[in-house]
Design a protein around this ligand. Sequence first.
Ligand SMILES: Cc1ncc(COP(=O)(O)O)c(C=O)c1O
Length: 361
Amino acid sequence: MRIYFDHNATTPLDQSVVEVITTVLTEDFGNASSVHHFGQRAKARLDEARSGVAELIGAEPSEIVCTSGGTEADNFALRGVAEALEPTGRRHLIASAIEHEAVLVTLKALARRGWRTTLLPVGQSGIVDPAALAGALADDTALVSVMHANNELGTIQPVADLARLAHARGALFHTDAVQSVAKVPVDVGALGVDLLSLSAHKFNGPKGAGALWIKRGTRITAILTGGKHERTRRAGTENVPAIAGMGAAARLAAGKLKREGERLAALRDRLERGVLERVPGTAVNGALEPRVPNTTNISFEGIEAESLLIALDLEGVAVSTGSACSSGTLEPSHVLRAMGFPAHRTQNSIRISLGQGNTDE
Ligand SMILES: Cc1ncc(COP(=O)(O)O)c(C=O)c1O
Protein backbone atom coordinates (compact mmCIF):
# COMPACT_ATOMS: atom_id res chain seq x y z
CA MET A 1 0.00 0.00 0.00
CA ARG A 2 1.34 3.42 -0.97
CA ILE A 3 0.13 6.57 0.72
CA TYR A 4 0.60 9.93 -0.97
CA PHE A 5 1.04 12.77 1.55
CA ASP A 6 2.68 15.32 -0.76
CA HIS A 7 -0.25 17.20 -2.27
CA ASN A 8 1.45 20.58 -1.88
CA ALA A 9 4.07 19.38 -4.36
CA THR A 10 1.44 18.19 -6.80
CA THR A 11 -1.87 16.32 -6.89
CA PRO A 12 -3.13 13.43 -8.99
CA LEU A 13 -5.57 14.32 -11.77
CA ASP A 14 -9.21 13.76 -10.93
CA GLN A 15 -10.67 11.13 -13.31
CA SER A 16 -13.29 13.60 -14.57
CA VAL A 17 -10.46 16.02 -15.43
CA VAL A 18 -8.64 13.26 -17.33
CA GLU A 19 -11.80 12.73 -19.37
CA VAL A 20 -12.16 16.42 -20.23
CA ILE A 21 -8.48 16.63 -21.24
CA THR A 22 -8.73 13.47 -23.34
CA THR A 23 -11.83 14.72 -25.15
CA VAL A 24 -10.24 18.08 -25.90
CA LEU A 25 -6.98 16.45 -27.03
CA THR A 26 -8.76 14.16 -29.45
CA GLU A 27 -11.82 16.12 -30.56
CA ASP A 28 -11.33 19.84 -29.91
CA PHE A 29 -7.82 20.10 -31.29
CA GLY A 30 -8.36 23.37 -33.16
CA ASN A 31 -6.35 26.55 -32.65
CA ALA A 32 -8.52 28.81 -30.50
CA SER A 33 -7.58 31.78 -32.70
CA SER A 34 -8.93 30.14 -35.88
CA VAL A 35 -12.19 31.52 -37.25
CA HIS A 36 -13.56 28.19 -38.51
CA HIS A 37 -15.60 25.56 -36.69
CA PHE A 38 -12.58 23.75 -35.20
CA GLY A 39 -11.14 26.98 -33.85
CA GLN A 40 -14.46 28.03 -32.38
CA ARG A 41 -14.82 24.73 -30.55
CA ALA A 42 -11.39 25.19 -29.00
CA LYS A 43 -12.29 28.79 -28.13
CA ALA A 44 -15.49 27.63 -26.44
CA ARG A 45 -13.38 25.27 -24.32
CA LEU A 46 -11.15 28.19 -23.33
CA ASP A 47 -14.11 30.40 -22.47
CA GLU A 48 -15.68 27.69 -20.34
CA ALA A 49 -12.41 27.08 -18.49
CA ARG A 50 -11.81 30.78 -17.93
CA SER A 51 -15.21 31.23 -16.36
CA GLY A 52 -14.68 28.13 -14.16
CA VAL A 53 -11.42 29.58 -12.84
CA ALA A 54 -12.96 33.05 -12.45
CA GLU A 55 -15.90 31.68 -10.43
CA LEU A 56 -13.57 29.85 -8.06
CA ILE A 57 -11.91 33.13 -7.05
CA GLY A 58 -14.81 35.57 -7.41
CA ALA A 59 -13.39 37.24 -10.53
CA GLU A 60 -14.52 38.23 -14.02
CA PRO A 61 -13.47 35.80 -16.78
CA SER A 62 -11.92 38.67 -18.76
CA GLU A 63 -9.49 39.27 -15.89
CA ILE A 64 -8.02 35.75 -16.05
CA VAL A 65 -4.83 35.30 -18.07
CA CYS A 66 -4.00 31.63 -18.62
CA THR A 67 -0.33 30.81 -18.10
CA SER A 68 1.92 27.75 -18.06
CA GLY A 69 1.52 27.52 -14.29
CA GLY A 70 2.20 29.26 -11.00
CA THR A 71 5.81 30.09 -11.81
CA GLU A 72 4.88 31.96 -14.97
CA ALA A 73 2.01 33.73 -13.21
CA ASP A 74 4.40 34.95 -10.48
CA ASN A 75 7.00 36.01 -13.05
CA PHE A 76 4.36 37.85 -15.07
CA ALA A 77 3.07 39.68 -11.99
CA LEU A 78 6.48 40.85 -10.79
CA ARG A 79 8.23 41.49 -14.09
CA GLY A 80 5.11 42.82 -15.79
CA VAL A 81 4.27 45.35 -13.08
CA ALA A 82 7.93 46.34 -12.66
CA GLU A 83 8.22 47.10 -16.36
CA ALA A 84 4.91 48.94 -16.52
CA LEU A 85 5.67 51.12 -13.49
CA GLU A 86 9.34 51.80 -14.28
CA PRO A 87 8.59 55.11 -16.03
CA THR A 88 6.69 56.36 -12.95
CA GLY A 89 9.89 56.37 -10.89
CA ARG A 90 8.61 53.70 -8.52
CA ARG A 91 11.68 51.46 -8.20
CA HIS A 92 11.07 49.50 -5.02
CA LEU A 93 9.63 45.99 -4.63
CA ILE A 94 8.65 44.18 -1.43
CA ALA A 95 8.04 40.48 -0.80
CA SER A 96 8.01 38.25 2.25
CA ALA A 97 11.07 36.14 3.09
CA ILE A 98 8.97 32.96 2.90
CA GLU A 99 7.74 33.34 -0.70
CA HIS A 100 8.13 30.51 -3.21
CA GLU A 101 11.30 30.61 -5.32
CA ALA A 102 9.18 31.75 -8.28
CA VAL A 103 8.86 35.10 -6.48
CA LEU A 104 12.17 35.21 -4.58
CA VAL A 105 14.43 34.39 -7.54
CA THR A 106 12.49 36.75 -9.81
CA LEU A 107 12.92 39.51 -7.23
CA LYS A 108 16.68 38.84 -7.21
CA ALA A 109 16.75 39.10 -11.01
CA LEU A 110 14.98 42.47 -10.82
CA ALA A 111 17.41 43.60 -8.11
CA ARG A 112 20.28 42.91 -10.51
CA ARG A 113 18.55 45.26 -12.97
CA GLY A 114 18.53 48.10 -10.46
CA TRP A 115 15.33 47.57 -8.50
CA ARG A 116 15.54 48.12 -4.74
CA THR A 117 14.06 45.12 -2.97
CA THR A 118 12.98 44.44 0.61
CA LEU A 119 12.17 41.05 2.13
CA LEU A 120 9.74 41.13 5.03
CA PRO A 121 10.76 38.99 8.01
CA VAL A 122 8.45 36.47 9.63
CA GLY A 123 8.64 35.21 13.21
CA GLN A 124 8.18 31.64 14.36
CA SER A 125 4.48 31.86 13.57
CA GLY A 126 5.33 31.85 9.86
CA ILE A 127 2.99 34.80 9.42
CA VAL A 128 3.97 38.24 8.11
CA ASP A 129 3.32 41.04 10.59
CA PRO A 130 1.49 43.97 8.92
CA ALA A 131 3.65 46.33 11.01
CA ALA A 132 6.72 45.00 9.17
CA LEU A 133 5.12 45.93 5.85
CA ALA A 134 4.09 49.36 7.14
CA GLY A 135 7.72 49.98 8.08
CA ALA A 136 9.06 48.78 4.72
CA LEU A 137 6.73 50.68 2.39
CA ALA A 138 8.23 53.75 0.74
CA ASP A 139 6.91 56.46 -1.57
CA ASP A 140 8.52 54.66 -4.50
CA THR A 141 7.22 51.14 -3.72
CA ALA A 142 5.75 49.77 -6.94
CA LEU A 143 4.57 46.32 -5.86
CA VAL A 144 4.18 44.22 -2.74
CA SER A 145 4.02 40.43 -3.21
CA VAL A 146 2.99 38.29 -0.25
CA MET A 147 1.71 34.75 -0.72
CA HIS A 148 -1.73 33.78 0.53
CA ALA A 149 -0.80 30.36 2.00
CA ASN A 150 2.75 29.21 2.50
CA ASN A 151 3.61 26.00 0.67
CA GLU A 152 5.78 24.52 3.43
CA LEU A 153 3.76 25.45 6.53
CA GLY A 154 0.28 26.07 5.20
CA THR A 155 0.05 29.29 7.23
CA ILE A 156 -2.32 31.87 5.79
CA GLN A 157 -1.07 35.43 5.56
CA PRO A 158 -3.18 38.50 6.46
CA VAL A 159 -3.36 39.46 2.80
CA ALA A 160 -6.34 41.83 3.06
CA ASP A 161 -4.62 43.90 5.78
CA LEU A 162 -1.33 43.89 3.88
CA ALA A 163 -3.02 44.94 0.62
CA ARG A 164 -4.74 47.86 2.37
CA LEU A 165 -1.39 49.10 3.69
CA ALA A 166 0.22 48.80 0.24
CA HIS A 167 -2.62 50.67 -1.45
CA ALA A 168 -2.48 53.46 1.11
CA ARG A 169 1.06 54.15 -0.17
CA GLY A 170 0.07 53.86 -3.83
CA ALA A 171 1.68 50.43 -4.39
CA LEU A 172 0.08 47.49 -6.17
CA PHE A 173 -0.41 44.17 -4.41
CA HIS A 174 0.16 40.65 -5.76
CA THR A 175 -0.57 37.43 -3.91
CA ASP A 176 0.68 33.98 -4.85
CA ALA A 177 -2.41 31.94 -4.01
CA VAL A 178 -1.08 28.71 -5.56
CA GLN A 179 -1.41 26.90 -2.21
CA SER A 180 -4.71 28.38 -1.04
CA VAL A 181 -6.94 28.31 -4.12
CA ALA A 182 -9.28 25.29 -3.91
CA LYS A 183 -8.24 24.64 -0.29
CA VAL A 184 -9.91 27.62 1.39
CA PRO A 185 -12.38 30.16 -0.03
CA VAL A 186 -10.44 32.71 -2.09
CA ASP A 187 -12.25 35.84 -3.20
CA VAL A 188 -10.22 38.48 -4.99
CA GLY A 189 -12.62 41.22 -3.90
CA ALA A 190 -12.45 40.27 -0.22
CA LEU A 191 -8.65 39.99 -0.39
CA GLY A 192 -8.48 43.42 -2.02
CA VAL A 193 -5.47 42.51 -4.15
CA ASP A 194 -4.60 43.59 -7.71
CA LEU A 195 -3.01 40.37 -8.97
CA LEU A 196 -3.32 36.72 -7.90
CA SER A 197 -1.47 33.61 -9.10
CA LEU A 198 -2.85 30.09 -9.16
CA SER A 199 -1.76 26.72 -10.53
CA ALA A 200 -3.96 23.85 -11.73
CA HIS A 201 -1.77 20.93 -10.65
CA LYS A 202 -2.23 21.86 -7.00
CA PHE A 203 -5.97 21.14 -7.22
CA ASN A 204 -6.26 17.90 -9.18
CA GLY A 205 -5.74 19.63 -12.52
CA PRO A 206 -2.89 19.19 -14.99
CA LYS A 207 0.68 20.43 -14.68
CA GLY A 208 1.64 23.24 -17.03
CA ALA A 209 -1.57 25.23 -16.57
CA GLY A 210 -2.19 28.16 -14.27
CA ALA A 211 -3.45 31.69 -14.30
CA LEU A 212 -2.71 35.22 -13.27
CA TRP A 213 -5.81 37.16 -12.26
CA ILE A 214 -5.30 40.80 -13.12
CA LYS A 215 -7.82 43.27 -11.71
CA ARG A 216 -9.26 45.35 -14.51
CA GLY A 217 -7.26 48.54 -15.03
CA THR A 218 -4.06 47.28 -13.37
CA ARG A 219 -0.92 48.52 -15.10
CA ILE A 220 1.09 45.55 -16.34
CA THR A 221 3.25 44.83 -19.40
CA ALA A 222 3.14 41.47 -21.15
CA ILE A 223 6.32 39.43 -20.73
CA LEU A 224 5.45 36.95 -23.50
CA THR A 225 4.95 38.96 -26.64
CA GLY A 226 3.78 37.91 -30.07
CA GLY A 227 0.19 37.26 -31.11
CA LYS A 228 -2.89 38.81 -29.57
CA HIS A 229 -3.74 35.82 -27.36
CA GLU A 230 -5.21 36.39 -23.90
CA ARG A 231 -6.21 39.96 -24.86
CA THR A 232 -2.58 40.69 -25.78
CA ARG A 233 -1.44 39.98 -22.24
CA ARG A 234 0.19 36.60 -22.93
CA ALA A 235 1.14 35.61 -26.46
CA GLY A 236 1.29 32.00 -27.62
CA THR A 237 -1.22 29.46 -28.89
CA GLU A 238 -3.20 28.38 -25.85
CA ASN A 239 -2.68 24.90 -24.40
CA VAL A 240 -6.40 24.20 -24.71
CA PRO A 241 -6.44 20.64 -23.27
CA ALA A 242 -4.55 21.69 -20.13
CA ILE A 243 -6.56 24.89 -19.72
CA ALA A 244 -9.82 22.95 -20.13
CA GLY A 245 -8.52 20.53 -17.49
CA MET A 246 -7.80 23.46 -15.17
CA GLY A 247 -11.35 24.76 -15.69
CA ALA A 248 -12.85 21.35 -14.93
CA ALA A 249 -10.69 21.00 -11.81
CA ALA A 250 -11.71 24.51 -10.68
CA ARG A 251 -15.42 23.70 -10.99
CA LEU A 252 -14.89 20.42 -9.16
CA ALA A 253 -13.02 22.18 -6.34
CA ALA A 254 -15.67 24.91 -6.04
CA GLY A 255 -18.38 22.29 -5.65
CA LYS A 256 -16.76 20.57 -2.67
CA LEU A 257 -14.62 23.31 -1.12
CA LYS A 258 -16.28 23.44 2.30
CA ARG A 259 -16.91 19.71 2.65
CA GLU A 260 -13.42 18.71 1.52
CA GLY A 261 -11.80 21.42 3.67
CA GLU A 262 -13.54 20.10 6.78
CA ARG A 263 -12.69 16.51 5.90
CA LEU A 264 -9.01 17.27 5.34
CA ALA A 265 -8.72 19.44 8.46
CA ALA A 266 -10.08 16.57 10.58
CA LEU A 267 -7.63 14.10 8.99
CA ARG A 268 -4.70 16.51 9.29
CA ASP A 269 -5.47 17.32 12.93
CA ARG A 270 -5.80 13.63 13.82
CA LEU A 271 -2.50 12.81 12.11
CA GLU A 272 -0.76 15.76 13.73
CA ARG A 273 -2.06 14.91 17.20
CA GLY A 274 -1.14 11.26 16.73
CA VAL A 275 2.46 12.09 15.85
CA LEU A 276 2.88 14.68 18.62
CA GLU A 277 1.47 12.31 21.24
CA ARG A 278 3.40 9.22 20.20
CA VAL A 279 6.78 10.56 19.08
CA PRO A 280 8.90 12.33 21.70
CA GLY A 281 10.69 15.51 20.60
CA THR A 282 8.19 16.50 17.91
CA ALA A 283 6.72 19.96 17.36
CA VAL A 284 4.63 21.67 14.69
CA ASN A 285 6.41 24.46 12.83
CA GLY A 286 4.45 27.70 12.46
CA ALA A 287 1.08 28.83 13.77
CA LEU A 288 -1.68 26.22 13.89
CA GLU A 289 -4.19 28.83 12.73
CA PRO A 290 -4.92 30.28 10.29
CA ARG A 291 -3.68 27.44 8.11
CA VAL A 292 -4.91 25.66 4.98
CA PRO A 293 -6.65 22.48 6.12
CA ASN A 294 -4.40 19.92 4.41
CA THR A 295 -0.91 20.87 5.61
CA THR A 296 1.29 20.24 8.62
CA ASN A 297 5.02 20.71 9.06
CA ILE A 298 6.57 18.77 11.93
CA SER A 299 10.10 18.74 13.32
CA PHE A 300 11.57 15.52 14.77
CA GLU A 301 14.33 16.14 17.29
CA GLY A 302 17.52 14.26 16.50
CA ILE A 303 16.34 12.89 13.15
CA GLU A 304 17.65 14.14 9.82
CA ALA A 305 14.58 14.97 7.69
CA GLU A 306 16.05 13.39 4.55
CA SER A 307 16.59 10.09 6.41
CA LEU A 308 13.04 10.21 7.73
CA LEU A 309 11.70 10.92 4.23
CA ILE A 310 13.57 7.91 2.82
CA ALA A 311 12.54 5.65 5.73
CA LEU A 312 8.90 6.66 5.27
CA ASP A 313 9.16 6.13 1.51
CA LEU A 314 10.44 2.60 2.13
CA GLU A 315 7.30 2.08 4.23
CA GLY A 316 5.20 3.37 1.33
CA VAL A 317 4.47 6.85 2.71
CA ALA A 318 5.39 9.86 0.54
CA VAL A 319 6.11 13.13 2.37
CA SER A 320 8.53 15.96 1.63
CA THR A 321 11.13 18.12 3.28
CA GLY A 322 9.99 21.64 2.58
CA SER A 323 9.54 22.68 -1.01
CA ALA A 324 9.99 20.22 -3.86
CA CYS A 325 12.61 22.43 -5.47
CA SER A 326 15.00 21.91 -2.57
CA SER A 327 14.47 18.18 -2.13
CA GLY A 328 17.30 16.14 -3.53
CA THR A 329 19.69 18.57 -1.86
CA LEU A 330 20.43 19.01 1.84
CA GLU A 331 19.70 22.75 1.66
CA PRO A 332 17.78 23.72 4.76
CA SER A 333 14.36 25.20 4.07
CA HIS A 334 14.57 28.97 3.47
CA VAL A 335 11.14 29.24 5.12
CA LEU A 336 12.18 27.64 8.41
CA ARG A 337 15.44 29.61 8.30
CA ALA A 338 13.55 32.87 7.84
CA MET A 339 11.44 31.96 10.88
CA GLY A 340 14.62 32.03 12.94
CA PHE A 341 14.79 28.32 13.77
CA PRO A 342 18.25 26.92 14.62
CA ALA A 343 20.01 24.83 11.94
CA HIS A 344 19.10 21.47 13.46
CA ARG A 345 15.38 22.31 13.37
CA THR A 346 15.49 23.51 9.77
CA GLN A 347 17.02 20.14 8.88
CA ASN A 348 14.76 17.84 10.88
CA SER A 349 11.35 18.97 9.63
CA ILE A 350 9.01 17.30 7.19
CA ARG A 351 5.90 18.51 5.43
CA ILE A 352 2.83 16.31 5.28
CA SER A 353 0.18 17.56 2.86
CA LEU A 354 -3.09 15.69 2.43
CA GLY A 355 -5.52 15.60 -0.45
CA GLN A 356 -8.40 13.99 -2.25
CA GLY A 357 -7.20 10.37 -2.14
CA ASN A 358 -6.41 10.27 1.60
CA THR A 359 -8.88 8.66 3.96
CA ASP A 360 -9.26 8.10 7.66
CA GLU A 361 -7.93 4.60 7.18
C1 LIG B 1 3.44 28.88 -3.42
C2 LIG B 1 3.81 28.39 -4.77
N1 LIG B 1 4.00 29.27 -5.76
C3 LIG B 1 4.33 28.90 -7.00
C4 LIG B 1 4.51 27.58 -7.32
C5 LIG B 1 4.89 27.21 -8.71
O1 LIG B 1 3.80 26.71 -9.43
P1 LIG B 1 4.05 25.80 -10.73
O2 LIG B 1 4.55 24.48 -10.24
O3 LIG B 1 2.69 25.70 -11.37
O4 LIG B 1 5.01 26.51 -11.59
C6 LIG B 1 4.35 26.61 -6.32
C7 LIG B 1 4.58 25.17 -6.62
O5 LIG B 1 5.26 24.49 -5.87
C8 LIG B 1 3.98 27.03 -5.00
O6 LIG B 1 3.82 26.15 -4.01
